[in-house]
Write a protein that binds this ligand. Sequence first.
Ligand code: GDP
Ligand code: MG
Length: 329
Amino acid sequence: MTLRPSVEELKEGITGGDRGALSRAITLAESRRADDQEHAQELIADLLPKTGEAIRVGITGVPGAGKSTIIEALGLELIRKGHKVAVLTIDPTSARTGGSILGDKTRMHKLSAEQDVYIRPSPSGGVLGGVSRKTREAMLLCEAAGFDVIIVESVGVGQSEAELAEMVDCLMLLLVPGAGDDLQGIKRGIMELSDLIVVNKADGDRVPLAKRARGDYRHALRMLPPSTPGWETPVQIASAAEGTGLTEVWDSVEKHRAHLEETGQLEERRRHQTERWLDSMIEEAILGAVHRRSGVGEAIRSARAEVDAGEITVPQATLRVIEAAGLAD
Ligand SMILES: Nc1nc2c(ncn2[C@@H]2O[C@H](COP(=O)(O)OP(=O)(O)O)[C@@H](O)[C@H]2O)c(=O)[nH]1
Ligand SMILES: [Mg+2]
């Protein structure tokens, strides 16, 4: 293979189980160069018929909750059962600190040594559609490469849970039993999106705390609409470090998947996700194109200055920008 393999070469490599080809394809999809993008999109389009078969699981939770640890433990169990597991990590902090991804790599060292495992961090920023787009594309490429379980690890900050929920079949929220006020730090919105809640670190003298937290979360969930219609979000305790409760956790993931399939919601959910992805990319592309038009930047700056000076109203300022962009009716 040359330094710039053709779409055909990459396609053959990926479907033939060549990890190098898979990595190159993901790198191509992450590239900001227009010709790389063209290549990548052609390749992904070619591979689309081979995608969609995997079970897509998202794991979220605050840093330190044990996401990487549970992925490693679950991953090892899954490959023992004959699965091929791809792990994609979304880490918005990595661009700044460079630290978290390194941490995860060392933490998942047992898993990364396995044959049937592929681990890939998503670098942040730089491409239209951002981190979530790159993760989606990496997910499709991994599916085409024959991985039947895709686990996406996300850092639980800001919008990342909502974004993650938009690209997986099953969202798992990982919590740690704290010193009492467990529900405080957790936004209802995240619980509402979760298909499965796991209270991790249920080991040593934390077991009673974890059980209490489990009860609290179960109670809190009763007041929320279900993440998946007809599905009661299970709350389980586990210890990623000791490996306890993990079989039950995966059972729940599979039950959730069966529920989605039986009720026709799997197809429905994925179609909806793809539509939303398309909508948001179109919006972003339009916005970007408008911003690049000449005069628009200047119009925005002067609109701001005039609003600040109290000379014009916000709607008037908006109209000026729209006019400067040549978009007024
Ligand atoms: N006691 C205990 N520690 C755990 C468990 N799971 C993870 N940890 C520890 O918690 C820390 C953070 O784990 P990590 O998987 O990196 O968390 P992440 O930031 O959510 O990916 C590490 O020091 C782990 O060893 C667990 O089940 N029990
Ligand atoms: Mg981690």
